[in-house]
Design a protein around this ligand. Sequence first.
Ligand SMILES: [Zn+2]
Length: 432
Amino acid sequence: MILALLLACQGEPGPSAGPTTAPVAEAAVFAMDAPAPAKHALLVVIDTLRADLAAEAATPNLDALDAAGASVPRAWSAGTWTVPSVVSIFTGMSVRQHGYDERTGQLGRYPLLPEVPMLAQELEARGFACEGFFANPYLSEELGFDRGFQSWRRSVDKVMPDQLAQSVNESWGDGQRHFAYIHLIGPHSPVRPGPEARARHDLEDHWFEDRKDLNIGRVKRNDPPGAADVYTRAYKAVVEDTDARLGQLVEALGPHRKDTVILVTSDHGELLGEHDIAGHGYWVWEPLTHVPLVVDHPGVPGPEESLPATLGIASVPALLFHALGLEGSWSTAADAALPLASQREGKLALSPDGHTKGVWHTSQLEVFDLRNDPGETRPLASDQGLVEARARWEASIPEGTLGAASGELDPATRAELEALGYTEQAPPPAGP
Ligand SMILES: [Zn+2]
């Protein structure tokens, strides 16, 4: 069996209103010889997981999926906070397309998710039973994240493997096809690694005595001095704990493991002091935009499975549709061969090739060559064609708009979001 993701140019740019329309300028074409589509799908999104620190941490379960399957070396988040990025994962659209580019830190009313086809709805229409477990309170039914899911349950990381195992044991043998969405929150502030991971990373227990003790606010305030170093070690420790959860989730599939495509990615990363910033507000720097993306389709041995070197997380529905052998909405991925684009409240990062990166934090463009300057500290003298690339990209992707803010988060959800630090977002400073 050979599974290949072939990228092909298809002539002049054309308009594209969403996943159900014709592909735009450069479209990805999935081709499969002797197809062996997976029966079921498990999509795991690990909140706030930046690619470089995930690579530094010990993640044997993610590595095993990568070894058996394939990964995208330069996968990019669509946005840099949870809601817009997960909307991209669920719709196959960039933030520009779906239009959910709202500010965090305003814990009152939010717009409902755009009225466009969502992954679970499209799978449901093809006979799948869809269920989701999420640990980030933002993914609430109030905003519409439950669309297409028969069951959409708030949970916590450590319980989700048992919940998934129970569901698999009870219903996955019923002859239906199944899709499970799991949203883990481990690496999100406040970080609380377990005792063994703390010991591995030389973390003293006093950091974790209060639930909010080691939060990203300490890195922002450098309180106490050196907090960024402690936090970074604790972050890696939590990533390792979260990887153990991933291993348990894979195990929970039991005998269905061999029929299930597993995709693991993240909604965005985290700044841990780079550019003198901590957290994931307002910016589109590399620690926020570069995330892991691993696909293991068990019918396809690793070396024969190929993925592009660069891909946005809005390609997730296309990757899953392809692995499941489905036609329709995302069987060609309009997003796949487009430039990497990550957007945040008017700010934009764009990279046509995965290493030349344009950053517009204001109307002014800075261009970095990530091969020589991974820290994005030495802007190049010329624009490297990025101004034109942005104009081309914007011309090829219509801008989506949302209705008025009408999704009311309930008081308990708001309190939980405050505990996660969403009200600590400082307003963006003026200037570049
Ligand atoms: Zn998030």
